[in-house]
Design a protein around this ligand. Structure first.
Ligand code: PLP
Length: 465
């Protein structure tokens, strides 16, 4: 062992760890010193060498109230003293029941027809499966409705969409870098442009861009509605695409179109759910009630893997029948409704209430908006997009022409590296620097984060000719 390895035995050993990391070029990874997180508290992560970092990604979009929250820890210990896991196949359990009841009370509501309120909860384990389940439920809904609707089996999804990494979710995806390689494995979807107005897919300015994008959706619906089961949308913001925001009012227009053409609206709130946008769910900003809603990431406050797909009474009812009609929803996972996960989710919701998380985050959202204002004048900041505490700063080679830096320069990666050296952990999406702190972040830590990101952007962009 070298001296350095002696000082850091964990790293020395784990450098050749058999872990194959997600979205990672492992050759590069193996040649880097790795940061191994051993502890967390609040917004801070601590590595095996005792270095402290601010968690600027909420541990990739999952953490809500900070790490090692006493109430969450206590709730999990209480549940552990009862049972860690029991199945939902043929049995039920209390945390799963209680959580389902809570979820339907906080879900977006106010549909004109009570049959179209979200009143049923199907559990799974992660965002991708929550979306897969939404697809299968929507497909089966039309199959069960009757002969005439049986041809409704296709889905509309958006350019730049990200709905997860399983095959069904990838089929809906619209990010070439992630999705194109798998094309031969995927089922066909009808792709429509999203009104990402900084780089309008139709080369128009706002509001013409939005109107034309809505038209494109309507055209696709008009042409194909007899064969379309559902439309899948990330409400307000296409997160993984680089925090691409849609103009206010757009989501509502899509809801209206789905109703007009008898298409199920599936909201993927995996990233936006649980307060990230400043309301419990993004759909609430536009008083939209989807027919199906997929949730995961923040559901357990960032503690355990859990997901849920919520549906309306109308959809649920279409699956009811005599046993021999075989209308049951034939789908399930080993850990469906896991009591520990559900207990964490219940504690998460209780903290939202007790700590008034949604109310207390409002000044933080306003602060970020104000603090970022002057950045718009910076030479290489092309666009700043923010919804709640989801923030994307897009750096560009040429501001006027909106010319992106070539991906091979890895400017986003460099900025995040510079930020890490200053004690802030981030992960970029191409040339977009993403900041997504836990909702519980203190004003002081938020200030610190913005200072570090700003300095890192300036440092890196000024060093590239
Ligand atoms: C992260 C994400 C998913 C996938 O969730 P996983 O838990 O990573 O499978 C799906 N949709 C959106 C919008 C996401 O951000």
């Amino acid at each position: 062992m070298t001296k350095k390895e002696k000082r850091n035995p964990i790293n020395a050993k784990r450098n050749r760890s058999p872990i194959w990391h997600p979205f990672t070029q492992m050759r590069e990874w193996e040649n880097e010193t790795q940061t191994i997180i051993v502890e967390g508290k609040g917004t801070t992560l601590i590595d095996s060498e005792g270095k402290h970092y601010l968690d600027g990604t909420s541990s990739i979009w999952v953490n809500i109230h900070g790490h090692r929250h006493p109430a969450l820890n206590a709730a999990l210990k209480r549940q552990l003293n009862k049972i860690a896991h029991s199945t939902l196949l043929g049995l039920s359990n209390l945390p799963a029941i209680e959580l389902a009841e809570k979820l339907i009370t906080i879900a977006p509501s106010g549909a004109s027809d009570p049959q179209k309120e979200l009143t049923k909860v199907f559990y799974s384990d992660d965002g991708s499966t929550a979306v897969e389940i939404a697809l299968k439920i929507a497909f089966g809904f039309w199959q069960n409705k009757g002969a005439e609707q049986k041809q409704k089996h296709k889905f509309i999804s958006f350019h730049n969409a990200y709905h997860g990494d399983t095959i069904g979710s990838v089929s809906l995806g619209g990010i070439d870098l992630f999705h194109e390689a798998y094309r031969p494995l995927l089922f066909e979807t009808i792709k429509v442009p999203a009104p990402t107005c900084y780089r309008c897919p139709l080369s128009l300015d706002y509001p013409a861009c939005e109107m034309a994008c809505v038209d494109e959706v309507e055209k696709a619906m008009k042409r194909h509605h007899r064969t379309i089961a559902g439309l899948v949308i990330e409400p307000l913001i296409q997160a993984a695409a680089g925090m691409l925001t849609a103009p206010p009012g757009y989501l509502k227009k899509i809801r209206v179109l789905c109703d007009r053409y008898d298409i199920l609206m599936i909201a993927d709130e995996v990233a936006t759910g649980f307060g990230r946008t400043g309301k419990m769910f993004a759909c609430e900003h536009e008083e939209v009630v989807p027919d199906i809603m997929a949730i995961s990431k923040g559901i357990t406050g960032g503690y355990l893997p859990l997901a849920a797909t919520l549906t309306t009474q109308e959809i649920y009812d279409a699956y009811l029948g005599d046993y021999e009609e075989f209308k049951a929803f034939f789908h399930g996972h080993s850990y469906t409704g896991n009591p520990l996960g559900c207990a964490a989710a219940l504690a998460n919701l209780a903290i939202f209430k007790r700590e008034q998380t949604l109310k207390k985050m409002q000044p933080k959202i306003a602060y970020v908006k104000r603090a970022l204002m002057p950045w718009k004048r910076w030479a290489h900041v092309g666009d700043i997009r923010q919804v709640g505490l989801m923030v994307g700063v897009e750096v560009v080679a040429d501001k006027k022409q909106k010319t992106p830096y070539p991906l091979t320069l890895r400017v986003g990666h460099q900025v995040c590296k510079a930020a890490k050296a200053q004690g802030l952990l981030l992960r970029p999406l191409g040339n977009v620097i993403v900041l997504m702190p836990p909702l519980s972040v203190s004003m002081r830590d938020l200030e610190k984060m913005l200072t570090i990101v700003g300095q890192a952007i300036k440092k890196v962009t000024s060093s590239i000719r």
